[in-house]
Ligand binder design. Structure first.
Ligand code: ASP
Length: 586
């Protein structure tokens, strides 16, 4: 028998029991007369004890030959511990060792397998299986497991069925590049890995499955960031005979259920905000509502006063930062540098300090006297002691810039506490988005999203003004999910493709299968997908999704452990009918 118990299991009530444990040697403390060994497995740590004069000499010798991360099977008797360790679930007992069997030795690990390790990111990724032994990663994966279980429970309880859809498909447009897989049997042709199962879940609705879900891998060839991986998991859902309200209610229910089961938090009813309002008040479609600092538009009081920068701007807009009038020159310079960084891209920052004595000091004193600045303060609802920060420029651009500054101020003032959760629905997204580079409209969500019925007539003539029944779930400034009511009518889908600049042949070639299906009784339907890795990270209060994925890729899209992507042999290339061009041949 390799074990009678796990390393996290034994308690005071087990004292005097003869037990067998197996696990990894976490630590050995050799104090001469006494030797302690911490034995670890997934379930916890149990302390083993050897005592000179009490334990057999051969056993003590064997214990001294063990190294960190050796795999051992031990026998012994449970005894009461004198110095209890309240940090361990097994902290009230220890094991009086009677036998040690080495099941496997271990090289010295390249970094310490402790909660706070000395290993750098790259090294830990290369030895991911060692990193995964550490508690923080183990806990992340256990949390992920619980999340998937509870998600399935909730959806099953609501009548959703999990259906698997294929990975070797044809491009689905979700706005990213496809990963492609060459076909050996059809040389010169390629599968695309799904950016999402969008068209398949819609076809399942045509097939009458009514409520579908899937915890599914999606693949997007995008530039990577901390919260992005080339392959990631979605909770993908679709429902028939529903309107937007039904979907929002169902998934508001799910998110509340998950918060309750996993975080023991009763999430209040989710706020709803239109896309337009979110852009106007927060400059982003994923506002972080853990703090206020809403935008105030100042065109009325700031333009036409001789300050050229403002006069030339489409929008003068600012935020009021409570209690920061005491900011020093240096601090304000730092903020100016922040907004001028290429990632933010503002030309400069205007500040107005509302001093405690009621006077104002600003960077635009030349153009705005005390009276004028007082009218700004009224606009901002500012109090003495506050600091007003103002940007100006082209409306959409300046809103984005101020949004960055708002988040930065929220961060500085510690208003973005990861344990405080503020969730909302952003609704009424525009159907289309103008792309200045390609000079055409793109679907803001995807081309299967339905225009609002009252806007359909404007699809051809004023496409930019058409709103969609599309919605995003946003928590703490992170887009956790998004979805829409879909088009289920062939003619409307055709009009949508035409608006997006597809010729009829192109639309037929790429999406004929879906439009054909719409001719065989497609029910009204809609759905949503939630980022599963992100949700897990959020529940743990983390920004990066990497530690919630067992084997993630680095920022260059590489798996450092298996060393992928890699070249393939000429035979494989030949079989696939491919030729890799050297850089010089291109
Ligand atoms: N397919 C969409 C996505 O992956 C979600 C949806 O519309 O249901 O973002």
């Amino acid at each position: 028998m390799l074990r009678t118990h796990t390393c996290g299991e034994l308690r005071k009530k087990d004292v005097n029991k003869d037990i067998v444990l197996s696990g990894w040697v976490q630590r050995i403390r050799d104090k001469g007369g006494l030797i302690w060994i911490d034995l670890r497995d997934r379930y916890g740590i149990t302390q083993l004890l050897l005592e000179e004069g009490h334990s057999p000499a051969s056993l003590i010798k064997k214990a001294r030959s063990l190294g960190r991360e050796f795999v051992v099977k031990i026998t012994g008797k449970v005894i009461k511990r004198i110095a209890k360790n309240p940090k361990l679930s097994t902290g009230e007992i220890e094991i009086d060792l009677t036998g040690i069997e080495i099941l496997n030795s271990s090289k010295i690990p390249p970094f310490t397998i402790e909660d706070n390790t000395d290993g750098g990111e790259e090294l830990r990724m290369k030895y991911r299986y060692l990193d995964l032994r550490r508690n923080p990663l183990k806990n992340s994966l256990l949390l992920r497991h619980k999340l998937s279980l509870e998600t399935r429970k909730y959806l099953d309880g609501k009548g959703f069925v999990e259906v698997e859809t294929p990975y070797l498909i044809k491009s689905t447009p979700e706005g990213a590049r496809d990963f492609v897989v060459p076909s050996r049997m059809n040389q010169g042709e390629f599968y695309a890995l799904p950016q999402s199962p969008q068209t398949f879940k819609q076809l399942l609705m045509v097939a009458g499955y009514d409520r579908y879900y899937q915890l599914v891998k999606c693949f997007r060839d995008e530039d990577l960031r901390a919260d992005r991986q080339p392959e990631f998991t979605q909770i993908d859902c679709e429902m028939s005979f529903v309107d937007q309200e039904d979907i929002l209610n169902t998934f508001e229910g799910m998110i509340k259920y998950l918060f309750k089961e996993i975080k023991f938090i009763d999430l209040p009813e989710l706020a709803r905000m239109s896309f337009d309002e979110a852009m106007q008040l927060y400059g982003t479609d994923k506002p972080d509502l853990r703090f206020g600092m809403e935008f105030k538009e100042l065109n009325e009081v700031a333009k036409g006063k001789g300050f050229r920068v403002f006069d030339a701007a489409g929008l003068v807009v600012g935020i009021n930062v409570k209690g920061c009038a005491g900011y020093t020159r240096k601090q304000l310079d730092k903020l100016t540098d922040f907004v001028k960084r290429p990632q933010v891209g503002a030309k400069g920052l205007v500040y107005v300090k509302y001093n405690d004595d009621g006077s104002f000091k600003s960077s635009v004193d030349k153009f705005f006297d005390q009276q004028a600045l007082k009218s700004w303060a009224e606009f901002f609802d500012a109090q003495p002691g506050d600091l007003m920060l103002v940007l100006s420029g082209e409306t959409n651009i300046v809103r984005k810039q101020l949004s960055e500054l708002r988040l930065e101020m929220g961060e500085r003032l510690k208003l973005r506490n990861p344990d405080n959760y503020k969730a909302l629905w952003v609704v009424d997204f525009p159907l289309l988005e103008w792309d200045n580079e390609t000079h055409r409209y793109h679907a803001m969500h995807h081309p299967f999203t339905a225009p609002k019925p009252e806007d359909v007539d404007r699809l051809e003539n004023q496409p930019g003004s058409v709103k969609a029944n599309a919605y995003d779930l946003v928590i703490n400034g992170v887009e956790i999910g998004g979805g829409s009511i879909r088009i289920h009518n062939r003619d409307l889908q055709k009009r949508m493709f035409a608006t997006l600049g597809f010729t009829e042949e192109e639309a037929q070639k790429q999406f004929g299968f879906l439009m054909n299906a719409f001719e065989y009784g497609a029910p009204p339907h809609g759905g949503i997908a939630l980022g599963f890795d992100r949700l897990a990270a959020m529940f743990a209060g983390k920004d990066s999704i990497r530690d919630f994925i067992a084997f993630p890729k680095n920022n260059a899209g590489r798996d450092l452990m298996i060393d992928s992507p890699s070249t393939i042999s000429n035979e494989q290339l030949d079989e696939l009918g491919l030729k890799v061009l050297k850089k010089t041949e291109k």
